[in-house]
Design a protein around this ligand. Sequence first.
Ligand code: SF4
Ligand code: SF4
Length: 349
Amino acid sequence: MLKTTSSQIQEILRQHGIELWGISALTRPLTFEYYRRWIEDGAHGEMDYLSLHSPLKENPQALLPQAKTALVVAIKYRPHPEPIKDLPIKGLKIASYAHGADYHYWLKEKLDSIVHQLKQTDPQGTFLCMTDSHPVLERDLAVRAGLGWFGKNTCVIHPEHGSFFLLGEIYTDLELTPSVMPVADHCGTCRRCIDACPTDALVTPNYLDARLCISYWTIEAKGSPPEHLRTKMGAWFFGCDICQQVCPWNEKVIGREFLRNERASQFERDQTLDDIRFILGASNKHLLRVFSGTPLVRAGGRGLKRNAIIVATNLKLTELLPEIRLVGQNSPELQELCDWAVRSLSSDF
Ligand code: SF4
Ligand code: SF4
């Protein structure tokens, strides 16, 4: 019999620093057909695991047969809750979520600790903790748990907290009562995110073609982006925040001037040169070691070098031509990209 009450859950979450949460029924995701079409279109690029996970996303009980509800938590990442201060790079543009420790570890630990406490009140309860590395359509659950609406930029947007938050889920067999009604869509006629995306990855409202997205090419993809995208990627070294930075619902939370300055921020030439020299000069193994525990390891050593070469080219850092040539000689997978960079930098010179 259910013993855990909503106020007990709230208290346990409060002790874990979580204010934003909700409960969703664990039925077939409302947006599953949309997701299926997105996969069929190939808009997930080389992220084959998304296609393989599809049946488990459609049927949550395939993961936990007795699951009835999902407790969904949201944790803001501006400022980052687990900052890392001694990274060897300081000047490269990195998406906000990656400004600290990898959430797949600390968020999972937090969820495990929450479950530990939930089990004190409901020892018979069954729980399964998940982050986005698991086969779960978490934005669908978050919307159904009342944590926001699906923005045209494909993020979940909360009317008071914007969209800079991470999601975590706990599936359970407890029959918790869905606590809130879904939040109405407040995008209205706005299309700032669509217009601001430098690579036109937001093909239509709520539809992001990963094959055009800077985040995909700097984090997930194994190879190099097609030539026509490279110059549009600007100075982004890892991920991209543009479609969230321009969103009025984030401006409301973080401050219009602050986000505007962040978007227009001048790069520190000397610091950027030092950072890229370090990335291009280090072995792939060393890069994995120094970035261990951060989201940056997801790109791998070669991926970080790929990103650094594109940034160096877009920022016209001709001083780095010798380093780029050397990477091209030593890494056959990056040779074509290095040749492009050398051509571009030499013609700008
Ligand atoms: S993350 Fe950047 S590239 Fe991707 S859709 Fe948003 S603005 Fe476009
Ligand atoms: S920028 Fe405008 S259209 Fe895009 S998600 Fe925000 S409110 Fe919606």
